[in-house]
Ligand binder design. Sequence first.
Ligand code: ATP
Ligand code: MG
Length: 444
Amino acid sequence: MLRIPPQVMGLMERLECRGFQAWAVGGCVRDSLLGLPPHDWDLCTDALSEEMVRIFSDFSLVRIGERHGTIAVVLEGRPVEVTTFRTEGGYEDHRRPDWVHFEKDIGADLSRRDFTVNAMAYSPRRGLADPFGGQADLRAGVLRAVGEPVRRFEEDGLRILRGVRFAARYGLTPEEKTLAGMTALAPTLASQARERVFTELCGFLPAARASDFQVFAPVILAAVPALGPSWGFQQHNPHHAFDVYTHTAQVVERVPPDLPLRWAALLHDVAKPACFTLDEAGIGHFGGHARRGAEMAREILKNLRAPRALEEHVAMLIAYHGVTRDLGRLQSDQPLRRLLRRLGEKALRDLLALDRADDGGKGTQSAPDSFDRFEAALDRILSEQPCLTLKDLAVSGRDLLDLGFPQGPELGRVLRMLLDEVGDGRLPNDRQALLDRARAWSIS
Ligand code: ATP
Ligand code: MG
């Protein structure tokens, strides 16, 4: 028995009362069987879209998918997709079917779906339809393609990356032929639309485990080719037991499952192979890899059509990674205060999480003390309610104009200098003191 929300049940009953079959299908069935709350409900039916339009005429409908048999019925602002049973084929471009046929039978519809765990349907009147053994695979933790894996991945290469995402999210192990098919056809990911690859990677990363990076290495390297040189790249460094790719996988697993942090972990050492040097003692160094890595990450994320805000945040995290360890070792907290003013609290908390994961993922003795010190100092500074931005300063640009400073970029520079004076503790955040100092600067 699946617990279907009453309103969705209402749509199903309406179809049934008009003599059609109505099934919940795909992700919602899979998630319900796992005891997880489905994030949306998809229905399928033998009714054609023109029949659905008539049956649901009193609802607001979205009809953009109608040609492929899909009508979205809007329930309290959320669309529930209702799709006519269908098969499809052609896939000349390895992405989109060239034809779809509407069918009368749920079995035909389930056979077009990608993995057995996604190829189940449930009807309160008819029970579970599971012709490919999806429930048994779910219980056994197996990811298995529906039908001949190579053919199914040839039809649509994105299924390979969907498979990685489902394996990670539900802790599934790929069945042998399914994995062989995913591996063999991984190179076809290069011709997939970048946006689709990006979306799948965003689905995969928060769930990713280090072991997925080993099992699905050819897929991940095909999806993010810039990681290729990291694969097996030995670091020749006593702090590192792992090659760059294996270490990267460790760091991804260890950062909190937050999207920008996971992307930053994935790409934080992407420039290491390019920055590698070996000293006379035979020790490997990677000077400049953080800055170079941030540039590469920007390129990679731009290419994947990632939102600009994500690109910015990830590039910042990579550019500064390692800084919390370095600052945590210092006696003075002035550099930390400066960084806090420059980047803000959220960025420093994220950097701390990334650096801790980076340290823990080296496969050698980790040194968490400097991170603990950094965190304690950060908490202490923040509890003092410091003056962090120009807005917190007790004077404004207006005040400086009144003092006779000319309008222009100089004004901003003076304000930032005052902010540094206050932030470093050389001046109180007091209007008169700040005006006196600014006046002194303007005279000297
Ligand atoms: P999620 O929880 O991520 O939404 P989902 O399984 O619901 O997972 P959707 O992308 O919403 O995934 O697709 C709904 C269903 O449609 C899937 O469960 C699967 O049966 C089928 N499906 C989706 N994309 C494909 C594809 N590229 N090839 C074959 N079947 C697909
Ligand atoms: Mg879904």
